[in-house]
Design a binder for this molecule. Structure first.
Ligand SMILES: *Cc1c(COP(=O)(O)O)cnc(C)c1O
Length: 366
């Protein structure tokens, strides 16, 4: 991050001494993985922090998502969004299921509840929406639709750590939610992830699935190996001590961005959502060349020439990936396409200086 270079994100880390202190006991016990003491401790701390019934930790968010689908024995088709990271769509494909792409709504870029029902067929077995950028999906409408058709909902909540919506933890909506603890996320365990859910009967199954599907000596389930190791859990224990502060610091950066970029012709920002306590995980900006004078790629290049690396999250749509079109052809989701073609995610992390936010805004507005 020296010589004025600013990346889209910078992973949060505890002080070196804090981490060393946390891993001392691992060196004493040689307990490196398989539900060790750090794992057990982090799991229960996260249940409290996230205010959810059950947490199961994973080696990463992607394997957690694949496991959620497996745990609910889904098949056929899952209705989902193409405006997301590759992982959402791949978790469906890798379970041998067809992703059916629903368009997003234009303000928060989350799945459009008005367009879900028309995609439901007799092969539909679930809905997998994404709280993209930490924007909360229309969880109430989705719950109504899910109830009406008796479909489970698995939320990709990779971006939604620590968010509450309408008085409930984000992880308490739907049947299962997946959190990613990847280095680049609001809260990290280096690599890691979790599933949250309230159904007691899923605890043993999900715990088995991340451990080869093993129960005792038998393997009743087609599981995988997706256990979180003790060093990651120790990182998670340290980072959790600072997450609330980090989110507050991100908020300051977001406030400054909003102050500088609101009300500019051709620049569209996401507004705050009513009833939601956000986590300020991303700052997406949609540029309209007709009104702003520059398109997304031109703004990205301009920033890059100043050593500032914004990212085209999420471009292209996952429905345009070759692995999808080879199997299922093209999907038409015009609003998602419009957003993907024009969105740029500006740098945002907890120790991003407000002076740097100003510098980024100055370059964009110049
Ligand atoms: C990061 C991410 C994932 C996958 O999480 P990993 O921990 O990197 O495996 C899934 N979905 C979305 C939307 C993500 O951004």
């Amino acid at each position: 991050m020296d010589n004025g270079c600013i990346n889209v994100t910078k992973p949060s880390m505890p002080l070196f001494e804090e981490y060393v202190d946390e891993i001392k006991s691992i060196f004493e016990s040689h307990y490196l993985t398989n539900q060790g003491p750090k794992h057990v401790q982090l799991q229960s701390q996260l249940e409290k922090y996230l205010d959810v019934q059950h947490i199961q930790l994973f080696a990463n968010g992607h394997l957690a998502l694949e496991t959620a689908i497996n745990a609910l024995s889904l098949s056929g088709e899952i209705i989902t969004t193409p405006f997301t990271f590759a992982s959402t769509t791949l978790s469906i494909l890798n379970n041998g299921i067809k992703p059916v792409f629903c368009d997003v709504e234009p303000d928060f870029y989350t799945i459009d509840p008005d367009k879900i029902e028309q995609l439901i067929t007799e092969r539909t077995t679930a809905i997998m929406p994404v709280h993209v950028y930490g924007n909360v999906c229309d969880v109430k409408r989705i719950e109504e639709i899910a109830k009406k058709y008796s479909l489970p909902v698995i939320y990709d909540a990779a971006h939604a750590f620590g968010i509450t919506a309408y008085g409930k933890s984000i992880g308490a909506w739907g049947d299962i939610s997946m959190f990613s603890f990847h280095a680049t996320k609001v809260y990290n365990t280096i690599e890691g992830g979790a599933l949250s859910f309230s159904d007691d009967s899923l605890v043993a199954k999900i715990a088995a699935l991340k451990q080869f599907g093993q129960v005792g000596e038998d393997v009743p389930y087609l599981g995988t190996n997706a256990k979180m190791n003790e060093f990651s859990a120790a990182m998670g224990i340290c980072n959790l001590r600072h997450t609330t502060d980090n989110i507050e610091k991100r908020k300051q950066a977001v406030m400054r961005y909003r102050e500088r970029l609101s009300g500019i012709n051709g620049i569209k920002l996401c507004s705050e959502q009513e009833g939601v306590k956000p986590n300020y995980s991303y700052f997406p900006v949609v540029f309209s060349k007709a009104e702003f004078g520059k398109n997304r790629d031109e703004v990205a290049n301009l920033l890059e020439s100043n050593n500032i690396f914004a990212r085209k999250y999420f471009y292209p749509l996952t429905s345009d990936f070759k692995c999808v079109t080879d199997l299922y052809g093209k999907s038409e989701t015009p609003i998602a396409r419009e957003i993907a073609d024009n969105v740029l995610t500006l740098p945002l992390y907890s120790d991003l200086e407000l002076g740097d936010v100003d510098r980024i805004c100055d370059i964009i507005l110049k």
